[in-house]
Design a protein around this ligand. Structure first.
Ligand SMILES: NC(=O)c1ccc[n+]([C@@H]2O[C@H](COP(=O)([O-])OP(=O)(O)OC[C@H]3O[C@@H](n4cnc5c(N)ncnc54)[C@H](O)[C@@H]3O)[C@@H](O)[C@H]2O)c1
Ligand SMILES: [Zn+2]
Length: 371
């Protein structure tokens, strides 16, 4: 088990990652809560509910079910869940456990931060995206028709408990979608973690607990280090959006349902790498020790190696460019691009001509997975 500490304005909280993490709920003084609710999905709860209740030694918890999928990240769903809490007697001293992937975490975090002006919540991520990314950092949000993650708050959980054993029931596609966020963290971290991931990528499978335990700690640490230095995204935290400017545009272009979030990040990483190369930011230099192979090639190769991504053949560059401007990371209409200069070094760049972004996407569409 690995333990980390996130420092947040509203109070620090621990992140426990490893086999048996759910047991860390046992010392929780359950009697200090008037009631315990678990926000989850029926499918996840059927698989894992009994084991979670047993390992966490929870005496009583009332599950609240949310339909699976990105569409559940809506204000309508916030209202429905809050109403269910109210109907079931939830009060200021209730605890909300967020037991699911990034959708449950984002929706539930917003509910917890606003229900009766804020109740305690605990993140128990059950997807790879959830375990390495969305459950950490206290950001939550739901989507509006106008764009993704447009309504949300910063609201730290009391703790994050990530047991990689729960990943064993993920479909290969959903698991792969998390690997793109893992690669993103490795690009941010630098050559050491990137090399480690490069060596172990093929052994990362939903049921390979040993391999997962070995890689999750260092990957999670990347996000925690960034968040600890910049909780409110005043600067440094922006780097976590690597690949997400294109990624969010693709998510919008495909109606938030056809592609998984992580898959859009996978395409986004490829697109930003091509853009960075074409604009001369990411030059042919190679970070050691894989001498001779430029970082741009290594990033692209690693993303392709994860496996098949759903095709973007019918997503025209025009459509993507139009949607880029709607990203909430745009400030006063300016897109803040996170540009990789080499492994471990990002630069925030504004003023990149949209024509350049359009060309990068067009070139990407023309490529096929070389593997
Ligand atoms: N707040 C943040 O900082 C942050 C960071 C990254 C991503 N996100 C958000 O996270 C969301 C994506 O998260 P996600 O990829 O986890 O998606 P998700 O929550 O939709 O989960 C993906 C699928 O996995 C299924 N599932 C979950 N756990 C399972 C299990 N253990 N076994 C079998 N199936 C399981 C779900 O039913 C769902 O169909 C996006 O909305 C994204 O914007 C937020
Ligand atoms: Zn993401």
């Amino acid at each position: 088990m690995q333990r980390f500490q996130v420092t947040a304005q509203a109070g620090n909280y621990p992140v426990m990652i490893g086999r048996g993490a759910w047991r860390e709920l046992r010392p929780l003084p359950q009697s200090s809560y008037s009631s315990v609710f678990v926000l989850t999905e029926k499918g996840i709860w059927q698989h894992w509910g009994k084991r979670f209740m047993r390992e966490a030694a929870l005496r009583k918890a009332c599950p609240i079910f949310v339909p699976p999928g990105e569409k559940s990240k809506s204000l309508a769903e916030v209202e429905r869940v809050a109403s269910e809490l109210a109907r079931a007697g939830g009060d200021r001293r209730s605890l909300l456990i967020l037991f699911g992937g990034g959708v449950i975490g984002d929706l539930g975090g917003l509910v917890a931060s606003t229900y009766m002006r804020g109740i305690d919540c605990i993140q128990v991520p059950t997807t790879l995206v959830g375990q390495v990314d969305s459950s950490i950092g206290g950001k939550n949000a739901v989507n509006l028709p106008a764009g993704k993650n447009l309504v949300g708050t910063f609201y730290p959980p009391r703790m994050v408990l990530a047991d990689p054993a729960v990943l064993s029931t993920l479909s290969p596609r959903i698991f792969r979608s998390g690997l793109y966020e893992v690669i993103k963290h490795a690009i941010l971290a630098g050559p050491a973690l990137f090399d480690l991931l490069d060596r172990h990528l093929d052994s990362l499978r939903p049921d390979n607990l040993k391999a997962l335990e070995a890689i999750l700690g260092p990957v999670v640490r990347v996000k925690i280090d960034v968040v600890n230095r910049d909780e409110r995204e005043s600067g440094l935290r922006q780097v976590l959006n690597l690949g997400h400017t294109f990624g969010h545009a693709l998510e919008a272009a495909t109606g938030y349902g056809r592609f998984l979030h992580g898959e859009c990040v996978g395409w986004g990483l490829l697109a930003i790498t091509i853009l960075a190369e074409q604009l001369g930011y990411l030059n042919a230099a190679a970070s050691t020790p894989k001498k001779g192979v430029p970082d741009s090639r290594r990033i692209r190769d690693l993303v392709w190696r994860v496996g098949p991504l759903p095709s973007i053949r019918n997503i025209p560059a025009r459509a993507i460019v139009k949607l880029l401007l709607h990203d909430k990371k745009a400030v006063a209409g300016k897109i803040h691009w996170v540009i990789p200069e080499r492994l471990g070094k990002m630069r925030i760049v504004t003023g990149i001509p949209l024509a350049a972004a359009e060309r990068a996407w067009r070139d990407l569409r023309g490529m096929s997975n070389p593997r």
